[in-house]
Design a protein around this ligand. Structure first.
Ligand SMILES: *Cc1c(COP(=O)(O)O)cnc(C)c1O
Length: 494
């Protein structure tokens, strides 16, 4: 299988190349040139998570020998990293709602599902298709990607990683996690700006030919750990298939029964993976896109107009505070019948005017497959409170947005089909917001917050979060929003 670009149909790359390069040189995203059909779900249901992953990933990473892929997958999802043999367990709520918990990895957010695997895929890609240059992972983060990427790539030989996060746009625990990061190949820097500023700066570095040449002379190349990298998306397809298999095996779904999916969405990587799983034949129903007050995707799904000329809000679900949702480009490529001219046109308009509008054909397909909803912080807090009081389930604020939007979807459409809701972070990672939602007194520090939440829920906080308390802060610098390129050069070339 080859990978082409959403903006240039002439591009052909192997999976290893696409993973090494991250972003296509004209700014498009790599997409597979075909979607393989899933193996039989009966058969996949008999297998453990890691073997399901080897099967599914093997269909996309066709240039990876199976044994190599298996060793990558086993190292990534080792039971000691994810608290057991199934890295993505399901908790049932009332009313045929199933929460797919994607946060049992080392950094307590769903990004671990892909970012524990990506470093192994990257190293393998270098051995399959590389040229011996050192890989520099450049990452913009709205909070969770940065930490997950740092943890995944730390001390991986031949790789250097630089992370930029919005100084005032991440939770206290997220900031702590990044500022105390260990490892000899890591750098972390705050920027004065929001996630979109960081992501745009990082993308412009990727497409800067002069800079690429300077790096090449210094024996280095850039790659990406953001969900623009195909190596981030492919592992996310696996857990939707695996969840369906688990629900089948437990008798909670009948074979072939439609399962709706509801995902708290930011950069659209997680929900896009569900769409891709559906394209492969997984019996998924409506794909529900849940946003916070930054409701650009809700508006887009409802009107076909993508318009980023609007205020950017900082919310209690910071990993979704995004107005430029990168992976939407892959969806538009698919919905437009792989029309890279159209996609290039829309993204040119977006760059020039901050807005584009898709035609009726795309809009029809969009609203047939997707449903969009949003909620503000007040409604998010109420959803956290209701889930805890009614179901004894402690939701983080991102997951709570999805729970709330899912309820609204059912009320508005009357569609009560079973639904899989992505639970994307441990509630302890956003402990202060959760305590506030539960109308508890707010303690002085985020660590006291952890203990207060433990006492309230009777569920122990994840060890990696508790361990932060004793760790030394290693990174406290920040740069202006237009200073990322200089900062990168300083770090790499001196
Ligand atoms: C990244 C993140 C999201 C958004 O996921 P996308 O793939 O960017 O849409 C939602 N919740 C949490 C906790 C996250 O870390």
């Amino acid at each position: 299988m080859n990978y082409t670009s959403t903006r240039d149909g002439e591009v052909r790359r192997s999976a290893a190349h696409a993973i090494l390069q991250g972003l296509s040189s004209e700014g498009g995203l790599f997409v597979p040139d075909a979607f393989p059909a899933l193996d039989s779900l009966d058969e996949l249901s008999q297998l453990p998570y890691t073997e399901r992953a080897v099967r599914i990933l093997g269909q996309f990473l066709t240039d990876f020998p199976q044994d190599l892929l298996r060793s990558c997958v086993r190292a990534a999802y080792a039971p000691e990293k994810f608290g057991g043999p199934n890295p993505a367990p399901i908790t049932s709520l009332s009313g045929d709602r199933f929460l797919l918990e994607l946060w049992h990895g080392p950094t307590c957010a769903f990004k671990d599902m892909a970012l524990q695997l990506l470093p192994h895929l990257m190293t393998a890609s270098e051995s399959l298709a590389g040229d011996g240059r050192k890989i520099v992972i450049l990452t913009a983060t709205s909070g969770d990607t940065g930490k997950a990427a740092l943890e995944g790539f730390r001390d991986v030989p031949g790789i250097r990683i630089l992370v930029f996060y919005p100084r005032d746009g991440v939770s206290p625990m997220q900031k702590r996690q990044m500022a105390t990061q260990e490892g000899g190949n890591v750098s972390v820097c705050a920027i004065d700006g929001n996630f979109d500023d960081a992501q745009s700066a990082v993308k412009s570095i990727f497409t800067d030919a002069a800079l690429a040449e300077r790096l090449e002379q210094a024996g280095m190349r850039f790659s990406s750990a953001n969900s623009i990298n195909w190596g981030r998306l492919a592992p996310q397809i696996v857990y939707y298939v695996s969840a369906y298999c688990d629900l089948l095996a437990e008798g909670k779904l009948r074979p072939g029964q439609a399962l709706n999916v509801c995902v708290p969405t930011g950069n659209f990587g997680n929900l896009l993976a569900a769409y891709y799983a559906k394209k492969m034949g997984l019996p998924l129903g409506r794909l529900i896109c849940a946003s916070n007050r930054n409701r650009i995707l809700t508006d887009f799904i409802r009107t076909g107009v993508y318009d980023r000329n609007r205020d950017f809000y900082t919310t209690i679900s910071p990993s979704m505070d995004i107005l430029i949702s990168s992976n939407l480009e892959r969806l538009l490529y698919s919905l437009s019948g792989e029309d890279c001219q159209a996609v290039s046109g829309w993204y040119r308009q977006l760059a020039e005017t901050g807005r584009f509008q898709v035609g009726d054909a795309v809009r029809k397909k969009l609203s047939a497959e997707f449903w969009g909803g949003y909620c503000d912080d007040g409604a998010t807090r109420a959803a956290i409170r209701d889930a805890f009081r009614q179901e004894r389930y402690l939701c983080d604020p991102h997951t709570a947005v999805a729970v709330k939007v899912c309820r609204e979807y059912r009320e508005e459409t009357g569609d009560h089909a079973p639904v899989l809701i992505a639970s994307t972070a441990s509630p302890y990672k956003f402990g202060m917001s959760v305590l506030e939602a539960l109308e508890q007194p707010l303690p002085e520090s985020e660590y006291e917050g952890l203990r207060a939440l433990e006492a309230l829920s009777g569920m122990e906080a994840p060890a990696p979060l508790k361990a932060l308390e004793g760790k030394e802060v290693r990174f406290s610098g920040s740069v202006p929003r237009d200073g990322i390129k200089e900062a990168v050069l300083r770090e790499l070339i001196g």
